[in-house]
Ligand binder design. Structure first.
Ligand SMILES: [Zn+2]
Length: 259
């Protein structure tokens, strides 16, 4: 028998999309995950970013600027910020341009060597986020855009974030929302049932996880898709409105480290 990675209640097996998943039977959690004991990362021997052009990196595109504004609307403290799982670094670069002192952490060697050469103003780290969080000092803000659904042990990551955040510090977590309207509507055809997505959070299971470490929710937004807004007024208004009435695929949250 397998137990829930978040709350330790027993789980039942189910099939979602083309994946075999474990669903927590605790109504106050209901977390869904792949079986982490059997999980093998499907693209382990390949660098995700095998070819990068300078034109691939556009730090001021609307959805990147919107990510940064979420934080600057909450706090005037432009201190030390870690962008975990930073990919091609656009969000980290945008934060740096807004005068944060930024660390960008990414496992892809290709991405980090390209970024070090072209954007040396950010502290780029080729590392996995667990080792980074164990090694580094305190941060005022930590951001995880589409990272927590990939990790084997989200409790360990959130515990390390708790240790690294200053009192009153902020952590932004954006994940696919398994209880979102689009997941319910599309069922097994939901595009976020993916073999490299290990964890499937809902507002309930994410809140349970974060509150258990003493984080308070200070911001939350339902989003239609992860690239919202795109700077196309008509489409952005439609997608924003649909997400606001519950037809969302993505959940964006900001949590404050209780003092
Ligand atoms: Zn559970």
């Amino acid at each position: 028998m397998a137990f829930c990675i978040l709350c330790s209640h027993k789980t039942v097996s189910a099939c979602r999309g083309e994946l075999d998943v474990l669903e927590c039977t605790n109504d106050d959690c209901g977390h869904i995950s792949l079986d982490t004991e059997k999980f093998v990362y499907p693209y382990a021997d390949k660098d995700y970013y095998d070819h990068i052009e300078k034109s691939d990196i556009v730090p001021d595109k609307p959805f990147i600027s919107r990510r940064v504004k979420v934080i600057t609307d909450i706090t005037a403290n432009k201190g030390r910020l870690a962008e975990l799982g930073c990919g091609l670094g656009e969000t980290a670069i945008n934060f740096q341009r807004q005068h944060f002192e930024v660390w960008g952490v990414e496992e892809s060697r290709n991405a980090i060597s390209f970024l070090k050469e072209n954007y040396p103003e950010v502290n780029w780290q080729c590392n996995n986020i667990t080792d980074f969080l164990k090694e580094y000092r305190e941060f005022d803000v930590i951001t995880l855009f589409h990272v927590l659904e990939h990790v084997l042990n989200p409790k360990e990551i959130v515990g390390l974030i708790k240790e690294r955040l200053t009192p009153g510090g902020l952590v932004l977590i954006e994940v696919p929302d398994v209880h979102g309207g689009l997941a319910r509507l599309k069922g097994n055809k939901w595009e976020f049932w993916l073999p490299h997505h290990v964890q499937y959070f809902s507002r309930i299971s994410l809140s349970r996880l974060m509150e258990s470490f003493g984080f308070n929710l200070v911001y939350s937004q339902n989003m239609y898709h992860l690239g919202y807004p795109q700077g196309r007024l008509c489409r952005d208004v439609i997608h924003g409105t649909l997400a606001n009435i519950g037809l969302n695929s993505i959940l964006r949250t900001v949590w404050k480290n209780q003092q």
